[in-house]
Design a protein around this ligand. Structure first.
Ligand SMILES: [Zn+2]
Length: 212
């Protein structure tokens, strides 16, 4: 969770992290920047950077495995499928945001991925106590589905789905963790200030019009 440091830490290694949910940050890998919609995952190397920045890939061993796939055809094919999935996920998220539920076909797709790429558990000892850990040792690029699908399941089953929201001014999605649940913008830096300035100028114009 990136609480207080959120405003300064919105970009990590060229990616937006302001959604409070990694799968929504994943959705935001195609933001609209000054030059229009921008694909931030245009190569497997980009995905590798995103997986590390998001914390989905952490151990040196896994990082090395993922790095070794950079030039593989399997990795390129996986990225293509993943980006297509991201757009179907976008549709599902927009449906949730509008108060309805995702299409059955999308749930069926996620269920199939869950069967094919299950999360494995392993046991470890820490300070003499046995703890449960998620085992993530990808052996091929498509094994990277596991953390993506896991995070997708968390989002789809989110109890406070009304906190899943889209920025009022751009296409960035986020999960509102504010106390009041009144977050409206992706971020103060990106859209908030711009909208505040616009509202101020509008008020000023209207004020001037009334004065005349
Ligand atoms: Zn925005």
């Amino acid at each position: 969770m990136r609480g207080a440091s959120q405003e300064v830490n919105e970009w990590i290694d060229g990616f937006l992290f302001l959604a409070n949910r990694s799968i929504l940050d994943f959705l935001n890998t195609k933001p609209v920047l000054a030059d229009g919609p921008t694909e931030l995952l245009s190569s497997f190397r980009d995905l590798e950077r995103w997986l590390i920045a998001s914390g989905m890939v952490t151990s040196p061993k896994t990082k090395a495995i993922v790095r070794s796939w950079r030039n593989s055809a399997d990795a390129t094919a996986f990225l293509e499928q993943l980006v297509a999935f991201r757009e179907r996920l976008r549709k599902a998220v927009i449906q949730i945001e509008s108060g309805s539920s995702p299409a059955d076909a999308f749930l069926a797709e996620v269920n199939l991925l869950l069967l094919q790429y299950p999360r494995h558990t392993s046991l470890r000892k820490r300070n003499g106590k046995v703890i449960r850990e998620t085992l993530f040792e990808p052996r091929k690029p498509s094994d990277l589905w596991a953390p993506i699908v896991d995070a997708t399941v968390d989002l789809l089953t989110e109890a406070e789905s009304s906190r899943i929201r889209k920025c009022e001014s751009c296409i960035v999605h986020f999960f509102d963790t504010s106390k009041k649940g009144s977050r409206r913008w992706c971020s103060m830096n990106i859209c908030g200030n711009r909208l505040k300035v616009a509202a101020y100028q509008r008020r000023k114009r209207e004020g001037n019009a009334m004065a005349n």
